[in-house]
Write a protein that binds this ligand. Structure first.
Ligand SMILES: Nc1nc2c(c(=O)[nH]1)N[C@H]1C(S)=C(S)[C@@H](COP(=O)(O)OP(=O)(O)OC[C@H]3O[C@@H](n4cnc5c(=O)[nH]c(N)nc54)[C@H](O)[C@@H]3O)O[C@H]1N2
Ligand SMILES: Nc1nc2c(c(=O)[nH]1)N[C@H]1C(S)=C(S)[C@@H](COP(=O)(O)OP(=O)(O)OC[C@H]3O[C@@H](n4cnc5c(=O)[nH]c(N)nc54)[C@H](O)[C@@H]3O)O[C@H]1N2
Ligand code: SF4
Ligand SMILES: [Mo]
Length: 716
């Protein structure tokens, strides 16, 4: 028996923890944390072992599949690409470029194949491009564009040096951070406290993170903008701003002052669900701390006011002197530094809309809320063919249950995924990539958001099977099928040889050479692909460095504290402050929010037995007071209904959640006929996105507002 241990990362989530994979013969024998990893320092979560479970999973597809009636049969790669090319070109010829739609899911961002996915997207020239970003970080990108001049300039929290961390609508103890990659967030939070700092969590639930913090502030779902406007009121009226930072870095304080002067913590309290004294203290402590950072994430992105809330968070950090300073909000300086290039790319907001005119494009794509209608509604430019890549939007996005039907009605649908899922079961052809353990890679995207500068290599752990292709090769082959290039006439083998010259690794090596840590700047000290490959655990590129001055892309090179559209929206919020609206008036009396679990990852780890063992996790978490009022017992089955749908789940009673609120995780609802997930079918759960109205979106960015739904709950 031969055994080998290689170092790479777990690529299941953004944290990208360093792992050591031991392979005996061709079997993955062990996965453990890599203590030498420069970013994660040995930490892994229970999901890391799922990398092996996924690799070995008999349900994972290993060859392309073609639909025959209600089932699939294996076909060869060349035949698959030929058929895809012929059919996609025919749809485009007959109905124009917008008739082909594309959806990119979350794992696409964990793999440098994303470069090739964008090449395919560009070749398609379609308006109908969608990604999971519009149910995720659109508000943060919108704020970065308006305040710093580019949607790529989303600053991250310097958790490793801060003296005060205020976490709003994020649960890094479970998620390990997002748009601030912080593997081992639990330890990093404990270290803030160990160095004498303070950690505060603002969340309607006393989360795993809140339990590690000094203070938990239980906010009303959707109450954050009121709370933060009042924090600004205190900072500005009590003259607690950092004058130097405001004078040298920012513009727009006068407009802010005008906006918040009349809005006191007492005014905010009923809408925030937080008492005035706490709000005042939050403001004063933020200003007084040696360094401080407010870090907000998807809990607030997924509300009707996601953009306004993230704007207020960034503004508070900036005017207290915590932008671009150690311990505050900063930018990474990665080995492959895309920021100086990317910052010049305009996001083309509103360059086009969906056919109804309701949703505006942002960064060359439409909000996913529009997807089902763009397929189903008749008329010119409707989507007739789809490509999905690494996404499961049938479960992951609110579509009134219509996307399932819509995908089934397409003339042609090709999915790039290693499973037959609730989404891909509708495909005509499924192209499965090699498993993550079979590929080698160097991440260039997430290092832009790492809390510590680093560069790490993903060594191939297991030799690829047969003639398998990596995601980037599949994307490249699909692109050649769309482009009018002579390349298409080459055989698959010859094409692969052509592509090998343009692999993501070659691109990364080049990017590294010209990057801030590369040989062109640092000479022999510079990082190279060879050095990164050889370093088991990556190369430490030091703590985050101030660099706003060279990156900021606004016309006057100042941070815009009061973008007009944001101020108008905030005024509207203040004028119309209310506690619920029409749905609430009609008896939907509980606010529904989401939650994540350490052993789950959106919709797709439920087929690995070790990830779903134990008690049912797709439950409605309710406060004892709300359960008593409805006569509910722990574990009993309840119907949860919203104005547009209803699901049945067990109830879980705990005082960790704020009264008046119910939390249900997303990504469940398995067991549909034809889906290839046999393990998940036994623990199906229910699809919470059937309750969320796709038309409920963040008013500015169009991001799905799944934390803004009113529901009612009763025993089945
Ligand atoms: N109600 C509610 N809905 C939510 C959220 C919420 O908080 N509440 N969160 C939202 C968020 S933040 C996100 S990011 C989305 C995620 O939503 P999506 O990105 O649409 O879906 P995932 O569940 O991540 O599904 C990923 C799919 O990619 C496949 N896959 C995994 N790895 C690879 C790979 O390497 N290559 C290829 N080709 N395929 C791969 C898996 O088999 C799976 O089918 O969900 C969103 N939906
Ligand atoms: N284990 C695990 N890790 C993951 C994932 C996973 O599915 N499982 N998904 C990955 C992905 S794709 C992403 S985008 C990240 C997301 O990472 P996080 O942003 O940390 O996401 P959540 O854990 O959903 O935390 C959102 C929090 O917002 C709270 N919340 C809801 N509504 C409101 C509100 O109105 N105001 C406030 N203040 N809080 C609110 C919720 O109670 C919840 O605690 O996690 C990634 N990591
Ligand atoms: S937090 Fe868990 S799932 Fe995410 S990269 Fe680390 S080990 Fe993998
Ligand atoms: Mo996400």
């Amino acid at each position: 028996m031969t055994a080998e241990t290689i170092a790479r990362q777990c690529t299941l989530c953004e944290a990208h923890c360093g792992i050591l994979v031991t392979v005996e013969d061709t079997k993955v024998a062990k996965i453990e944390g890599n203590p030498d990893d420069v970013l994660s320092k040995g930490y892994i979560c229970p999901k890391a072992t799922a990398m092996a479970g996924l690799h070995e999973d008999p349900d994972r597809l290993r060859t392309p599949m073609r639909r025959v009636g209600d089932t699939f049969e294996p076909i060869g790669w060349d035949e698959a690409f030929r058929e895809i090319g012929t059919r996609l070109r025919r749809v485009r010829r007959d109905h124009g470029p917008h008739s082909v739609g594309m959806y990119l899911g979350n794992p696409a961002a964990h793999n440098s194949a994303i470069m090739y996915a964008f090449a395919l997207r560009t070749a398609l020239m379609t308006r109908n491009f969608y990604t999971a970003s519009s149910i995720d970080q659109f508000p943060q990108e919108f704020v970065a564009w308006q305040m710093y001049g580019s949607n790529f300039l989303m600053p991250i929290a310097d958790i490793d040096r801060t003296h005060r961390m205020v976490i709003i609508g994020a649960n890094p103890a479970v998620s390990n951070g997002s748009v601030t990659t912080m593997p081992g967030a639990r330890n990093r939070i404990k270290e803030v406290r160990a160095r004498g700092g303070k950690v505060v969590v603002i969340d309607p639930r006393r989360t795993e993170t809140a339990r590690l913090a000094d203070e938990h502030v239980s906010v009303l779902p959707g109450g954050d903008p009121y709370l933060l406007l009042a924090v600004l009121h205190v900072l500005i009226t009590e003259d607690l701003c950092d004058r130097t930072a405001v004078r040298t870095q920012c513009t727009g304080l006068d407009e802010l002052r005008e906006l918040v002067t009349g809005f006191t913590p007492e005014d905010a309290a009923p809408y925030a669900g937080v008492d005035a004294e706490t709000i005042r203290r939050l403001a004063r402590e933020h200003a007084a701390a040696k360094s401080a950072v407010m870090y907000a994430r998807i809990g607030v992105c997924q509300t009707l006011t996601g953009t306004v809330t993230h704007w207020l968070v960034n503004t508070i950090n900036a005017i207290t002197g915590n932008l671009d300073h150690p311990g505050g909000q900063m930018y990474a300086t990665p080995a492959v530094d895309l920021l100086p290039l990317a910052r010049r790319m305009p996001p083309y907001y509103g360059a086009w809309t969906d056919r109804s005119g309701k949703y505006k494009s942002f960064r060359f794509e439409l909000p996913v809320a529009a997807l089902a209608s763009e397929i189903l509604d008749e008329g010119p430019d409707k989507i007739r063919a789809m490509i999905t890549y690494a996404g499961n939007p049938v479960l992951s996005t609110p579509q009134r249950g219509q996307l399932d039907k819509a995908l089934g009605s397409l003339d042609f649908y090709v999915a790039v995924d290693m499973y037959i899922t609730e989404t891909t079961r509708h495909a005509d052809i499924i192209l499965p990539p090699l498993s993550p353990l079979e590929r080698e890679d160097l991440d260039i995207l997430l290092t832009m958001f790492s809390v510590h500068n680093n560069v790490r290599f993903n060594t191939r752990a297991v030799a690829p099977e047969n003639d398998g292709l990596e995601d980037w090769e599949i994307m490249a082959r699909l692109t050649t099928e769309i482009l009018p290039l002579p390349l298409r006439s080459l055989s698959g083998r010859a094409l692969n040889a052509v592509f090998a010259r343009f692999s993501p690794l070659r691109a990364a090596a080049l990017g590294m050479a010209v990057g801030p840590h590369g040989v062109l700047r640092r000479g022999r000290q510079g990082v190279t692909l060879k050095k990164v490959r050889e370093a088991r655990g990556g190369i430490d590129l030091g703590p985050l460095q101030p660099r706003l001055h060279s990156l900021i892309a606004t016309a006057d090179r100042l941070v815009q504290l009061a973008p007009r559209q944001f101020v108008i929206e905030a005024r509207r919020l203040l004028d119309e402050a209310h506690a619920g609206g029409a749905d609430r008036d009609q008896g939907f009396d509980l606010r529904l929010i989401g939650r994540r679990h350490l052993r789950s990852n959106n919709s797709w780890l439920h087929n690995v037995p070790s990830m779903v063992k134990g008690r049912d996790r797709c439950t409605a978490l309710m406060h004892p007071q709300d359960a008593d009022a409805r006569g509910l017992a722990d574990g009993g089955r309840v119907t949860v209904s919203s104005p547009i749908g209803s699901i049945v789940v067990p109830v879980e009673i705990s005082d960790e959640i704020r009264p008046g609120t119910v939390a249900i995780p997303h990504g469940w609802g398995h067991g549909e006929p034809g889906v290839g997930w046999t393990v998940a079918a036994a623990v199906p759960g229910a699809n919470v996105n059937l309750l969320h109205d796709p038309e409920q979106v963040d008013r500015i960015s169009g991001n799905a507002a799944v934390n803004s739904t009113w529901v009612k709950v009763h025993a089945v």
